[in-house]
Design a protein around this ligand. Structure first.
Ligand code: GSH
Length: 210
């Protein structure tokens, strides 16, 4: 399998970390969505990452859909999410909030680096959305007493939140105040100290207009 995309993307990184935890081997193609767009296009006309190319040539796109596939490969005993019920839908909601935050953090980054003059309306909207999700996730995480969001073992929700926190804090340092979001800061520090997170990491490399 080929996993296309750089690890500074929270979407790519969470897929790669889940695959590492599952012990699923893949070849990594760290192609840039801007610099290598033409290389990505034959696999994914959206020119986006993550893109997963299966051994039979089929291509999966969208991190959620890719994780749905790798969860099935890993099997129910190893799965990083409950198979059904409240624990599953609650975990999916945390993942959706984290990935939505990722969308907004990426959008705000592109606005800043790709436009000559960022649109104030859009910047303010993204900042409000990012702040709203930080606050919601902080509130949820602060009520959790177990080492991970849903118990003693790491799951997709933990990985998604940690990956998005790393990217959004690097991209927009002034929007995250660790004193205001202590439970999230502790969650990020705990996950980032784990071997898969240490192995699968890349400093943010934003695109540029030139
Ligand atoms: N919803 C997508 C989001 C993926 C995404 O936004 N990837 C970014 C990199 S962090 C990308 O491909 N950006 C290029 C573009 O959207 O044109 C997913 O979950 O896979």
């Amino acid at each position: 399998m080929l996993l296309i995309g750089q690890y500074d993307s929270p979407f790519v990184r969470r897929v790669a970390i889940a695959m590492r935890l599952y012990g699923i081997a893949y070849e990594h193609k760290p192609w840039s969505t801007f610099g290598d767009a033409d290389t990505i296009a034959p696999y994914n006309p959206l020119r986006r990452v993550p893109t997963l190319v299966l051994d039979n040539g089929e291509v999966l796109i969208e991190s959620m859909a890719i994780l749905d596939y790798v969860d099935e490969l890993a099997g129910p005993d190893k799965a990083l999410i409950a198979p059904r019920g409240p624990e599953r839908y609650r975990a999916l909601k945390i993942c959706a909030l984290a990935m939505g935050l990722g969308d907004k953090a990426v959008s705000l980054l592109y606005e800043r680096v790709l436009r000559k003059d960022a649109l104030k309306l859009w910047v303010e909207r993204c900042e409000t959305q990012i702040g709203g999700v930080y606050a919601a996730l902080e509130k949820e995480r602060a009520t959790v007493k177990t080492p991970y969001w849903f118990g003693k073992g790491i799951g997709h929700a933990d990985i998604a939140v940690a990956c998005v926190l790393r990217m959004s804090r690097e991209a927009h340092p002034t929007l995250f105040d660790a004193a205001r979001y202590p439970a999230l800061a502790a969650h990020a520090a705990h996950c980032e100290a784990l071997p898969p997170f240490q192995a699968i990491v890349q400093p943010l490399a934003p695109p540029s207009r030139d």
